[in-house]
Design a protein around this ligand. Structure first.
Ligand code: NAD
Length: 254
């Protein structure tokens, strides 16, 4: 397929595909946020090399796991709280603002697409959002600053004031049901795309990783932008092996 070209010719080919596209669907993973200071999961030094994830069942069953989940979250606040949108987020926001893309599909939980200017309806979050919490009982939203204050004073996170339910960051943990409405919207967008761009995803987390194939099967061109190989590289129409910020910089509008 000749899809693993050198970086310059890959960037030229990418520019050409973007120029012709009528419905660009960006699909982003943790790699778009590494230049913002948020580590990804699978790169060396990434989050998984530091901590094993806590499953949803463990969170439900075990108060110590819940304390550990909140401890980790507040440690991560140093990185999450300081992060600002990078060049990738800004390029993606530009495509949406120009009417070239209806929305971005993201595996990320860091809220940086919204901070780059996109509205809630323009960001389809497959794995939720870690910048606030929800009650597992009644679904009410709660802010992290309040939870942190109680946790640090009492050694335990608070219960939901409305229903006494468990509070958890609004993310999807392993073993937790996926958000069906978001998945359905993502599948519709993948089908509608004529250019689907997988940006900074290792493409191994399912079902999210099935979206690029769905888009291509329905007629889209598939571009993969990643500094490393992914399992879908041979299947893609174009692979751009480069740094996301560097490659997308030319599409950022100031
Ligand atoms: P991943 O960690 O599995 O893969 C990240 C990919 O991005 C890797 O293939 C890596 O080679 C590439 N990459 C990293 N920095 C790059 C850069 N600057 N330029 C080019 N490529 C770069 O991430 P994933 O596929 O998104 O899956 C992990 C899951 O972890 C996600 O579903 C998400 O829920 C969660 N997560 C989110 C964040 C976040 O919100 N920022 C951070 C870590 C993990």
């Amino acid at each position: 397929m000749g899809n693993d070209r050198d970086l310059k010719s890959a960037r030229d080919a990418f520019r050409g595909m973007l120029g012709k596209a009528r419905c660009i669907v960006p699909f982003t993973g943790a790699g778009i946020s590494t230049e913002c200071g948020i580590p990804d999961f699978r790169s060396p030094g990434g989050l998984w090399s530091l901590n094993q994830p806590i499953s949803f069942q463990d969170f439900l069953d075990n108060p110590e796991m819940r304390r550990e989940a909140w401890r980790r979250r507040f440690v991560m606040e140093t990185a999450f709280g300081a992060a600002r949108p990078g060049r990738g987020h800004r390029a993606v926001a530009g495509w949406v603002r120009q009417g070239r893309s209806p929305a971005v599909i993201t595996q990320n939980i860091d809220n940086l697409h919204q901070e780059a200017g996109l509205g809630a309806g323009e960001v389809i979050e497959l794995h939720g959002n870690t910048t606030y919490a929800t009650c597992l009982g009644c679904g009410a939203r709660h802010e992290l600053a309040w939870i942190r204050g109680v946790f640090e004073a009492a050694g335990d996170p608070p219960a939901c004031p409305w229903c006494r339910g468990l509070l958890k960051t609004a993310t999807i943990s392993f073993g937790q049901p996926m958000p069906q409405a978001a998945l359905q919207r993502a599948a519709l967008l993948a089908r509608a795309a004529d250019l689907f761009i997988a940006i900074g995803s290792s493409l191994v987390v399912h079902p999210a990783a099935e979206l690029p194939a769905l888009a291509k099967d329905e007629g889209a061109l598939l571009v993969i932008l990643n500094r490393e190989a992914t399992p879908l590289d041979d299947f893609a129409d174009l692979v751009v092996h480069g740094e996301i910020g560097d490659v997308l910089d030319e599409y950022v509008q100031n």
